[in-house]
Design a protein around this ligand. Structure first.
Ligand SMILES: [Zn+2]
Length: 61
């Protein structure tokens, strides 16, 4: 099953609900995979306002 990205927080999901914010507003049209292991140490995570570790899409359409 292809991964989908949440339009609200950009977390990637392999189900129909975002594991991060529980939104069902998911898109299969996304690009750029960002894996955040330690959001407090990651400048990219801070820039993208990511507060939890996990897999994220850089762009979601
Ligand atoms: Zn989400």
């Amino acid at each position: 099953m292809p991964l989908k990205a949440c339009r609200d927080c950009r977390a990637l999901s392999n189900g129909s609900i975002c594991p991060n914010c529980k939104s069902s507003n998911l898109s299969d049209d996304w690009s750029g995979l960002l894996i955040v292991l330690d959001p407090e140490a990651s400048k990219i995570a801070a820039m993208m306002n990511i507060k939890k570790s996990g897999r994220y899409a850089i762009k979601v359409r």
